[in-house]
Ligand binder design. Structure first.
Ligand code: PLP
Length: 395
């Protein structure tokens, strides 16, 4: 029996039943008191997860939408922008800035590696007349499964006045992210990654420094204009019709997340990373990311070249109804990616590792059965999340 699908993508992720149920409620007036309270509650919730005292606006959009909002609101045409790219999403941020008329200087890091803060520091130190107005960085690069060291990059920027703009779409709530402490000025995230809700909400966070720059520049903007967003937020509204169902889902997700505790959620994701990487290694497969920069949301596995990653993904789907992500662009057919963020549990990963061993054998790549599974089991046995389970928190 093929059964229900295991969706192990780095977004969209599986949804808890209680969130699906929450989203099935009837519509309310988005200019009425119930939505007012809902909007305040979830905005506070997202602010707490960003660990910021700054502003948070929730847009009806995918993650890319709020990356565009970050550019449209805080970067003026002609501004010199330093875009640090370690993969597909880093490139996307650079492209958005270019599309809005910024002069983009890109630091491109070989895929699979993290950005070197020292290199960024050298470039920033050379910018004596402070021409660089913004530095764009991905927190967790989903295409390669690599996390950048955001506090180290903040240190590299020192007291340079450039805005520090971070894409944490797949990073937030799966990795530590302390927006204010790390001196991040603008951050973008979205609903379909660690938040256990469907795609369709973007979370833009920004501080007073960014807002002051926003007021000074006259970029073309309408839908994304944070001034309008803040004006409406004061009244407990959004400028345009909000995605009300997704707000219900977000409210429920934030309740679940508060119950589990942000620190526990983050350590659970780190545990998934460790379990997945150790099991894959035990099977004799390679990992794209180095251990010190490995993502807690997604693991990129190097497929045996004679097999190719696509055949493995296809077989996992056909034989076990397990959905893994392939590689993008130059990593197409080279890697496959196991998403382990949001509503995922140990058992899902244990099953995935077991299925992968079978699939590899069937495809003619012999792996001794149980090698990866045993490691995964040992991890689960050793790193007991028993306390959380006893309390009924991990469901
Ligand atoms: C998913 C993701 C995005 C946004 O993608 P959308 O498809 O627009 O939601 C941006 N950056 C990163 C790092 C992501 O993982």
């Amino acid at each position: 029996m093929i059964g229900e699908q295991y969706l192990l993508l780095p977004g969209p992720t599986p949804l808890p039943e209680q969130i699906i149920r929450a989203m099935s409620r009837s519509m309310i007036n988005h200019r009425g008191p119930a939505f007012h309270d809902l909007l305040f509650e979830v905005t506070e919730g997202i602010r707490a997860i960003y660990k910021t005292e700054g502003e948070v606006l929730i847009y009806p959009s995918s993650g890319t939408g709020v990356m565009e909002a970050a550019v449209a609101n805080f970067i003026a045409p002609g501004d010199h922008v330093l875009a640090v790219s370690i993969g597909v999403f880093g490139d996307r941020f650079a492209d958005i800035a270019k599309a809005f008329g910024a002069v983009v200087e890109k630091i491109s890091v070989p895929w699979g590696k993290a950005a070197d803060p020292q290199l960024i520091k050298e470039r920033i130190d050379r910018d004596i007349d402070k021409r660089i107005k913004a530095v764009l960085v991905s927190h967790n690069e989903t295409s390669t499964g690599v996390v950048n060291d955001i506090p180290a990059i903040a240190d590299a920027l020192g007291d340079h006045p450039a805005l520090f703009v971070v894409d944490t779409v797949s990073g937030l709530a799966a990795h530590p992210f302390n927006m204010d402490e790390w001196r991040v000025d603008v951050a973008a995230s979205g609903s379909q990654k660690a938040f256990m809700i469907p795609p369709g909400l973007g979370f833009l966070a920004f501080n007073r420094r960014a807002l002051a720059i926003h007021k000074k520049i006259n970029n073309s903007r309408y839908y994304w204009d944070v001034s309008t967003g803040l004006e409406y937020l004061q009244k407990g509204q959004t400028p345009t019709t909000p995605a009300i169902s997704l707000f219900y889902g977000l409210q429920e997700a934030l309740h679940m997340m508060a119950q589990e505790g942000l620190e526990n959620i983050i350590s659970r994701h780190a545990f998934y990373r460790d379990l997945t990487r150790a099991s894959i290694k035990a099977m004799g497969l390679g990992l794209l990311a180095e251990p010190e920069h490995a993502s807690c949301s997604v693991t990129a596995v190097l497929a045996p070249p004679q097999l190719g990653a696509n055949r493995i993904c296809q077989a996992m789907l056909q034989q076990f109804n397990i959905v893994l992500a392939g590689g993008q662009q130059s990593l197409h057919d080279v890697i496959f990616r196991i998403g382990h963020l949001g509503y995922v549990r140990e058992l899902d990963l244990l099953a995935t590792v077991a299925a992968l061993e079978i699939v590899l054998n069937r495809l003619g790549h012999p792996v001794e059965l149980g090698t990866g599974v045993k490691v995964a089991q040992e991890y689960i046995l050793k790193n007991q999340s028993d306390i959380a389970v006893e309390e009924g928190v991990i469901k």
